[in-house]
Design a protein around this ligand. Structure first.
Ligand SMILES: [Zn+2]
Length: 401
């Protein structure tokens, strides 16, 4: 059966980077900030941080993690390219599909990850976004209506088994009659529950939080274009301090004023930045079935201006939170490191690091290199970040030592 996620014939991925099987150097000293930079002028432009965690990533460069036929070697190439952008842990995200397709995709990715421990170590767990979301237009986003349904615990257990126990995060809409039982059952199983693509009212959101939900998925998106001015799901979840919120800070999914407001109401402890990258993120401009990629690299529905997923580098989300919403560098980095780790009940790996470089001209940070899972990489050219953000272009392949 042909998968709706099959994009590969239109856009084959780039060839693999030259060297993938790298020797480990456990005794190599880790750099300190003071050792980096060399001369005084450079010193304040380099920052060492933990590798990023991306809790929501559907795919990239023409490939979808929801594709039950994704070639096993492609998964490795995707993960290495993501790591070279500073992503040390991420949640491959599986959107609404039939039970059988979902199970096949979960199993397929598990199979790819089991080939190499370095690859499986990059995955914080699987994110199941759906199928229990709002069936209503707008709220449902790009999820296929025919596969939207209640997620009962017996179906979840079956999917979890096929996923090899890797599902750690489920996004659902609590207005479904079965939802509270599902939320409580997921919590019991150690799975984090997020609310998203929901039209629930305040009472229902409160019940969902009581039952164990702890995150709002991409708050401000997955909603009807026109909402009641108040109350609406943004204000209700914004005011709920027991919910952290993930945000897509690409300047398109959230305008600057909304990003600033959501940052202020959730604050540095409860904000998480995600890419929510589309499988077409990073693809050259052109039409891909029902979607098109414009000159800026934005993924849209053909014939409309509607967004169909994001094309966002997490470091650019960090830049935006700093330059638009007024976060400090440390606060913005917490949104892609310690905050997502804490949501999942985990901690960042103290042995890994990413080097950030600040570009004086653009005022933007970029990933210069680092060490992830014992493997060092460097990005060959530090791009001018403003160019990167404003147009589509080929990315130079990172070099792995
Ligand atoms: Zn979504």
């Amino acid at each position: 059966m042909t998968s709706p996620f099959r994009l590969s014939p239109l856009n084959p991925p780039p060839p693999p980077p030259p060297s993938q099987n790298l020797p480990l150097h456990p005794d190599r000293p880790k750099p300190e900030s003071k050792e980096i930079g060399g001369d005084c002028e450079n010193r304040d432009r380099i920052h060492i941080t933990s590798p990023f965690w991306d809790l929501q990533l559907n795919g990239r460069w023409g490939w979808s993690f929801s594709d039950p036929e994704i070639p096993l070697d492609v998964v490795g190439r995707l993960i290495r390219r993501l790591a070279a952008r500073g992503v040390g842990k991420f949640c491959p995200t599986f959107i609404t599909a039939s039970s059988e397709i979902l199970a096949q995709a979960l199993e397929r990715l598990g199979e790819a990850l089991s080939l190499e421990s370095w690859l499986s170590d990059r995955v914080a767990g699987f994110h199941l976004e759906g199928p229990m979301i709002s069936p209503r237009d707008g709220y449902r986003g790009a999820h296929p209506l025919e596969a939207v349904r209640a997620l009962r615990l017996d179906e979840f257990d079956w999917l979890q088994e096929r996923a090899g126990g890797r599902i750690v995060l489920v996004t659902l809409a609590p207005e479904w009659p079965e939802a509270l039982e599902t939320i409580a059952g997921l919590k019991e199983r150690g799975v984090v529950v997020a609310l998203g693509h929901t039209a629930a009212d305040g009472e229902r959101i409160a019940q969902a939080v009581e039952a164990g939900a702890t995150l709002s998925t991409h708050l401000g998106n997955g909603l009807a274009a026109e909402l009641p001015r108040h109350p609406n799901p943004i204000w209700i979840q914004g005011a709920e301090d027991r919910l952290m919120a993930s945000l897509i800070a690409d300047g398109l999914h959230l305008d600057d004023a909304t990003l600033t407001c959501l940052w202020r109401i959730k604050g540095p402890e409860r904000t998480i930045l995600v890419s929510d990258d589309s499988p077409l993120a990073g693809c050259p401009p052109g039409q891909y079935g029902p979607w098109w990629v414009d000159e800026q690299g934005t993924v849209r529905v053909v014939g409309t201006s509607y967004l169909a997923g994001a094309n966002l580098d997490l470091i650019d989300a960090v830049n935006r939170l700093i330059n638009v919403a007024g976060a400090s560098l440390d606060q913005a980095l917490a949104c892609v490191t310690t905050n997502p780790a804490r949501l999942l009940g985990r901690t960042v790996d103290p042995g890994d690091y990413v080097e950030l470089e600040w570009d004086r001209t653009s005022g933007l940070w970029s990933v210069r290199g680092g060490e992830i899972g014992g493997r060092r990489f460097r990005n060959p050219a530090t791009p001018n970040r403003r160019d990167r953000m404003n147009s589509w272009r080929e990315e130079p392949e990172a070099i792995w030592d």
